[in-house]
Design a protein around this ligand. Structure first.
Ligand SMILES: Cc1cc2nc3c(=O)[nH]c(=O)nc-3n(C[C@H](O)[C@H](O)[C@H](O)COP(=O)(O)OP(=O)(O)OC[C@H]3O[C@@H](n4cnc5c(N)ncnc54)[C@H](O)[C@@H]3O)c2cc1C
Length: 420
């Protein structure tokens, strides 16, 4: 029997494994897919250029992953796009630093943040009707949720993930590779999809779809909110009503990307910043786009909400045509399709049974907590962090916090070398 069975080898699971390793606990990591990383996954295109299929930026001024990049000697660069551009009414303009703040009633926002007023829908913070529409578009592009679902104002106001941030030169996959190596590939069991977790007299029995069984004293479960809500994993005893109620207050937003690699010659004659983030509001639905025009350039078109689900079945050719249609609004990008150097990549995060969406989002009145304990199982991952919700940084913090709960429960004194 292992001390800990960790379910999922995304950022949370791998970081939890490292924490267990430092504390001297025995562990196994069970991962349903054929590679680690979860939603932090990269792919090398035919040219060799690596692109991120899921997470791309390490957001926030004090992202805890930056220390890991330094520790592993991973090269990164700061996204040079300090500003967000907005394409609206046929015009591309640079939005001021306070473009979102101006849409929000500061008194109401302050009162909600201080707990002096009840939480409300993000759109209810709007100062007028135009601001309300802007916040609705932002909610879709930020969280991947469509009306009638509107995210919590509190979550938006307290979110430590700021736009842009650090990008790993070799893609998120490089970081994942280091984490997985350090956690130990021999302890990582790929293609092992867990279907049932049952408590026994002395621990927990885990059953996988391939018929294998695993035994541990504790379990760290890091599957996404979408996985948790799908009931693809059975729990014995069943999860508490309180936990179900907590999960019901969150939804899994839907976001996919179409990634298009371009010949640098396309940008040579165009005055486009190295990194340019654009909110494309002249279309229904709105889209978000990130253009990296330096080095080997790529356009990442983000498709959110129900539209994200619709594009999942597209071939590379159809995805390129879709992107051309959406990006037609941006004059500076017109004609990019003649400079495409590898087939367009379309992600399928909603159809993926092991993610079932992109990231979690709190409904009004619901606040996130840290890891959640249900008997011998600790639930952690990006859903269970209140500082950097729904992000790699949140997964990191939550994975470490979850592991520490287990370490304490097993009466192990964390090793001296555990990072503070
Ligand atoms: C399109 C997109 C863009 C994003 N952009 C950013 C960004 O720029 N910056 C940022 O910080 N975050 C971003 N995110 C969010 C970020 O990727 C996630 O918050 C983070 O990677 C979640 O890590 P995790 O370990 O909590 O969960 P996951 O990455 O989902 O890992 C959970 C793992 O558990 C496995 N699993 C699930 N069910 C089972 C089972 N039954 N048995 C065994 N294994 C199972 C899964 O296969 C997966 O590997 C983005 C996400 C998407 C989809």
């Amino acid at each position: 029997m292992e001390d800990v069975i960790i379910i999922g080898a995304g950022v949370a699971g791998l970081v939890a494994a490292l924490e267990c390793k430092r504390a001297g606990l025995s562990y196994r990591i069970l991962e349903a897919c054929d590679q680690p990383g979860g939603r932090a996954r990269s792919r090398a295109l035919s040219s060799g250029r690596v692109v991120d299929l899921g997470a791309h930026w390490l957001h926030g001024e004090d992202n805890p992953l930056q220390a890991e990049l330094e520790r592993y000697g991973i090269a990164w660069r700061r996204d040079e796009g300090q500003a967000i551009y907005v394409q609206e009414k046929g015009e591309l303009r640079q939005a001021g630093d306070d473009w979102l703040d101006r849409a929000i009633d500061p008194d109401k926002a302050g009162a909600i943040l201080k707990g002096k007023a009840p939480d409300c829908a993000l759109t209810e913070l709007a100062v007028d009707e135009a601001a309300r529409r802007m916040l609705a578009d932002f909610a879709l592009l930020w969280n991947g949720v469509d009306p009638p679902v509107v995210p919590s104002a509190y979550e938006f106001l307290s979110d430590g993930n700021t736009p842009g941030g650090l990008e790993i030169e070799g893609g998120m996959g490089e970081l994942i590779g280091h984490l997985a190596d350090e956690a130990g590939m021999a302890r990582l069991h790929l293609r092992t999809s867990v279907s049932r977790i049952a408590e026994t007299d002395d621990g927990v029995r885990i059953q996988a779809m391939d018929g294998s069984q695993w035994f541990g004293r504790r379990v760290l479960f890091t599957g996404s909110l979408g996985v948790l809500k799908s009931n693809m994993v059975g729990f014995q005893p069943p999860l508490s009503g309180d936990f179900h109620e907590h999960l019901a207050g969150m939804v899994m937003g839907r976001v996919n990307k179409i990634v298009i690699e371009l010949d640098p010659a396309f940008f040579a004659a165009r005055d486009i910043p190295v990194d340019m983030a654009i909110e494309l509001l002249d279309g229904d639905p709105p889209h978000f786009c990130h253009v990296h025009s330096g080095g080997q350039p790529v356009i990442q078109l983000y498709v959110a909400g129900r539209q994200a689900e619709k594009i999942e079945g597209m071939t590379p050719g159809e995805a390129l045509a879709y992107a051309v249609g959406v990006l037609r609004q941006v004059g500076a990008l017109r004609g990019f399709d003649a400079h495409v150097v590898s087939p367009a990549t379309v992600t399928r995060w909603v159809a993926n049974p092991y993610t079932r969406g992109a990231y979690s989002c709190c409904l009004p009145g619901v606040k996130r907590s840290g890891p959640r304990v249900e008997g011998a199982i600790v639930f952690c991952g990006d859903t269970f962090d209140d500082r950097f919700p729904a992000s790699v940084a949140g997964a990191y913090r939550s994975g470490r916090a979850g592991a520490r709960i287990v370490i304490e429960a097993l009466g192990v004194k964390a090793a001296e070398n555990a990072v503070a």
